[in-house]
Design a protein around this ligand. Structure first.
Ligand SMILES: Nc1ncnc2c1ncn2[C@@H]1O[C@H](COP(=O)(O)OP(=O)(O)OP(=O)(O)O)[C@@H](O)[C@H]1O
Ligand SMILES: [Mg+2]
Length: 252
């Protein structure tokens, strides 16, 4: 059974704009892959298609050998697919902890058998979620701000909260959309450290980022995307040294 994420022939167009043109990509367990390419290349669209936010026109996606095609976002999340958002999408007036708890999973209380089983089980599930969230925050150095409104913590920490929330479903594959955008200083190392530790636990990681130094420092390999297609895959050094790719990156 193939492990990790497998994407085959993924296609999507919005009117005249092709965001995925028979896109193919494999993400192996424990590997950190950097996805780079100019604005509008289709990087975020790729995440949207893989996670089920956007319906593809065609193609297949599987995780650890299980077909994801046609599954709902929450079903894919339950199978171990997780992502962060380019524009964070946190709830600013909720605490850091509540941002992890809200919508992190479909509560067992939402199903009919669980309702019949009674509120005790729901309370235990909520308590387990809370313990798990506090554990994730602790491991990410965010325990001190668990009860602070997320809008009041520095932006770099908010980005970490976005990653922390994505860990609530214990992902097998994690997709990070521009984790460094707007971040400076200490958060740079903190985010790299978290991603490395996740990969060391066997999670397949894909990072979209315009900060090429960050990608070069962090990733095992890079993938260059343009107009909905993978044009090249290899070491990040080789990709950024390729004049054909830099022309596409900066010339558009
Ligand atoms: N829902 C949509 N409807 C119409 N067009 C869309 C939609 N989503 C994305 N697009 C278009 O698809 C193209 C690819 O967008 P996408 O957000 O995937 O690019 P990107 O590589 O993530 O770029 P950036 O680096 O700027 O984040 C863009 O031209 C965008 O305007
Ligand atoms: Mg994007």
């Amino acid at each position: 059974m193939p492990a990790g994420l497998e994407v085959r022939g993924l296609c999507k167009r919005f009117g005249g704009i092709v965001v995925a043109d028979a896109m193919e990509l494999d993400l192996a367990p424990g590997r950190i892959v950097g996805l780079i390419g100019p604005n509008g290349a289709g990087k975020t669209s790729f995440f949207n298609l893989v996670t089920g936010v956007v319906r593809p026109d065609g193609g297949r996606v599987s995780l650890d050998g299980r077909a994801l095609t046609g599954l709902h976002i929450h079903q894919r999340a339950r199978l171990g697919l997780s992502r962060t958002w380019q524009n964070l999408r946190l709830f600013p007036s909720l605490s850091v902890l509540d941002n992890l708890l809200i919508g992190a999973r479909v509560y067992p209380g939402e199903s009919l058998p669980a309702l019949i089983a009674g509120p005790g089980r729901l309370r235990r599930a909520e308590a387990a979620d809370r313990t798990q969230a506090l554990d994730i925050l602790e491991r990410m150095g965010l325990a001190g701000v668990a009860h602070t409104d997320v809008a009041s913590v520095p932006f770099g920490q908010q980005k970490l909260v976005g990653v922390a929330r994505a860990l609530m479903n214990e992902p097998r594959c994690l997709l990070l959309d521009e984790p460094m955008a707007g971040v400076e200083g200490h958060a740079y190392e903190a985010i790299q450290d978290v991603v490395r530790r996740l990969a060391a636990r066997g999670i397949a990681v894909c990072v979209v980022e315009h900060n090429v130094a960050f990608i070069r420092d962090l990733c095992d390999e890079g993938v260059f995307m343009f107009a909905g297609k993978v044009l090249a895959r290899g070491s990040v050094e080789d990709l950024i040294a390729d004049p054909r790719l830099t022309e596409l990156y900066f010339g558009t």
